[in-house]
Design a protein around this ligand. Structure first.
Ligand code: F6R
Length: 644
């Protein structure tokens, strides 16, 4: 049995002493938290801070072991999560002379059935993101081989385990977490003692990888992964997670009992494991979600609203029916004392929630706006809807766009990126075939026929995953653009009100490999300066920082800062989990007919960016939550929060 990409580590190393992780100092607050959190967890402002911290630990580990003549064995992960950490390791190598000459690495996993040269293979990912920039010898690198024939998989997996053992075991294993709770590709059902093996990927995991592979059907069905047991054998474990999409699973892994359903929860029983997460990924931890259960609380307006609405949901009652005992029994006695009585508190929160509801998202002209989410003046407003990829705005706020237009505002939609990577090959091929056929009926269309042949050839030559040549990419962008124009027209927004920015970070990259530059900010700033919006709607603020949405938001934010724009600013959730009622600052109700309109606009897109909210289910759900809290019963609601 050969393992093409697994080279055996040379000298067996004795197990190293367990080295403590750099942990934040113990505080009283931390000990309260520990009632809930079963894994030490550090929360960072952003992923670069966390990545720097972890990379510094790795540097210290390598240097300490080198000082006593030992090599360091690192377990590595792929995916978007570790990218900033790898960038920091590269920086340490280049600027601080950190050498990897005596570092041995083992990657967690590899898709099964793809060649190492495939653009989405984890082998290639590691070359592109780390190995080709550092001085690690090729022989020290181990990635499971995704091309071993089926009857050789068992032996290859055993050989991978043997190679880890021969290297002396893993000193520090880097991990990400999937939305199924997987570490490596240990999908739900993986046992605590599982070892390196072939595994079928979960549907959610395949959907998450669909963007990388340019469609779900291209995503491999199987992968080879280290087992949970293999991972837990590492002497230290560091799991990173970014963005709000990971918040629920992170909280489950940290706070709920260990279970095979969430393989990351097995880190709870490891003596030296730690989570490093950013604030959005920490948002579902009890310390943030229900802070009054964890320790003393600063009862600011947001916490007060959150507490009352949580209590109403837990007690399954409308806000106005909550009673003193319910507050006292759920750790909110202090809040009650401050407010005087449940009666006062209930009314105050009921009114707050009531005031979030408006059918006038651009402000109601000549009305008293003291308690309205949006100011009355100026009227009409120049309203700018910013969509990272065409369709994001329709999924989240088609109903609101329609209202704004109908109420006489000057609505402009800016598509930050072309969304060309979302257009399937089949759509481009269909277009080219029509051109070709048409040119056979008439003379003088040779140039058109040549173009059509070029497109068909490019589709063929690049295969399902290859880089898109410029002409093909441009055609795909135009197809997506046409769909965006159709969708906008359905809501009454004419094509001259649409701006297609085609930001360079997107045009020059592919998923997980995008890099923002000043050119992106400048293009965004020019649009803002020209339109001078009174109102901006944007998304991507809580997204995983590697996503198109997060990068597009960053470009917008930087541009706003550059221009010092102070208009009213609203955030929609886009691909993030929908807003909870306590987070909503503006709720725009929709009638059944308006919801149908919205769904029709979404359906102008042939390929959807996400399977979520295609039928407005998020909007229906939030309307139901408002109803349960005692508000009026609407068919659906589009929700926004203020961008402070
Ligand atoms: C990758 C791996 C996976 C990822 C997880 C998160 O080697 O083992 O467990 O860490 O799927 O992926 P990203 O970081 O892309 O969200």
């Amino acid at each position: 049995m050969t393992l093409a990409r697994v080279s055996m580590a040379h000298n067996a190393l004795g197990p190293a002493a367990i080295q403590p992780l750099i942990r934040p100092p113990m505080t009283a607050e931390k000990s309260h938290r520990e009632q809930f959190e079963r894994i030490p967890t550090s929360v960072y402002k952003n992923n670069s801070e966390a990545a720097q911290m972890l990379a510094a630990e790795v540097k210290a580990l390598i240097e300490d072991r080198r000082a006593v003549g030992r090599r360091t064995v690192l377990g590595l992960a792929t995916g978007s999560t570790p990218v900033p950490f790898y960038r920091e390791l590269i920086r340490l190598h280049r600027e601080e002379g950190l050498s990897f000459a005596d570092v041995v690495t083992f990657n967690l996993d590899e898709y099964y059935g793809i060649e190492s040269s495939h653009p989405e293979s984890y082998f290639r990912f590691m070359q592109d993101q780390l190995f080709s920039y550092i001085d690690i010898p090729a022989a020290n690198i181990h990635v499971p081989d995704g091309t071993v024939p089926m009857d050789g998989v068992f032996a290859a997996c055993q050989a991978y385990e043997d190679a880890i053992a021969q290297a002396g075991g893993i000193d520090l294993q880097i991990l990400g977490i999937g939305r199924t709770g997987h570490i490596g590709f240990n999908e739900p059902g993986s046992t605590r003692n599982s070892r390196t093996r072939l595994i079928a990927l979960d549907r959610v995991t395949r959907l998450d990888a669909a963007a990388d592979f340019l469609s779900e059907e291209n995503v491999p069905r199987f992968a080879i992964t280290m087992g949970v047991g293999t991972i837990l054998d590492a002497r230290r474990l560091a799991l990173m997670a970014w963005g709000e999409n990971k918040a629920t699973i992170v909280a489950q892994a940290i706070e709920e009992p260990e279970t095979e359903v969430v393989s990351a929860s097995f880190l709870q029983s490891h003596p030296n494991a730690r989570f490093l997460i950013d604030e959005p990924a920490a948002s579902a931890l009890t310390r943030n979600r229900l802070p009054w259960l964890v320790g003393p609380v600063d009862w600011d307006a947001a916490t007060r609203r959150r507490a009352v609405l949580w209590l109403a949901r837990t007690a399954k009652k409308p806000v106005l029916k909550l009673v003193d005992e319910e507050y006292n029994h759920r750790g909110m006695g202090e809040l009650l004392t401050r407010e005087g009585s449940a009666y006062n508190l209930n009314i105050s929160i009921f009114n707050e929630l009531q005031h979030t509801i408006t059918g006038w998202p651009g402000g109601k002209p000549e009305a008293d706006d003291t308690n309205r989410p949006e100011k009355a003046d100026p009227f009409p407003k120049r309203a700018l809807v910013v969509a990272p990829e065409p369709e994001d705005e329709m999924l989240s706020m088609a109903g609101t766009i329609e209202r704004l237009v109908e109420q006489g505002h000057d609505v402009r939609i800016v598509y930050q990126t072309s969304g060309s990577l979302r257009t399937p090959d089949a759509a481009a091929a269909k277009f080219a075939r029509i051109l070709l056929e048409q040119s056979s009926f008439a003379t003088g269309l040779e140039a058109q026929a040549d173009y059509a042949r070029l497109i068909l050839r490019q589709i063929d030559e690049k295969g399902p995953f290859g880089e898109h040549p410029a002409e093909l990419r441009q055609l795909k962008a135009l197809i997506r653009r046409g769909e965006a124009q159709d969708a906008a027209a359905a809501l009454g927004v004419s094509p001259d009100r649409l701006v297609f920015l085609d930001l360079p970070f997107y045009e020059n990259g592919r998923y997980r490999r995008f890099r923002l530059t000043d050119a992106d900010t400048d293009a965004m700033a020019a649009t803002l300066a020209e339109f001078q919006p009174d109102q901006v709607f944007a998304t991507g603020h809580l997204a995983d920082p590697s996503t198109v949405q997060a990068l597009a938001f960053k470009a917008l934010d930087r541009a706003m800062q550059k221009l010092g724009l102070t208009c009213s600013r609203w955030l929609y959730r886009g691909h993030q989990p929908p807003l909870k009622p306590y987070e909503v600052d503006m709720a725009v109700p929709m009638s059944p007919a308006q919801l149908e309109f919205k769904v029709a606009a979404i359906n102008k897109f042939q390929a959807h960016t996400t399977p979520d909210n295609l039928t407005g289910e998020h909007n229906i759900a939030i309307a139901a939550q408002y109803d349960e809290l005692g508000m009026a019963e609407y068919e659906a609601i589009e929700a926004f929060e203020r961008w402070a």
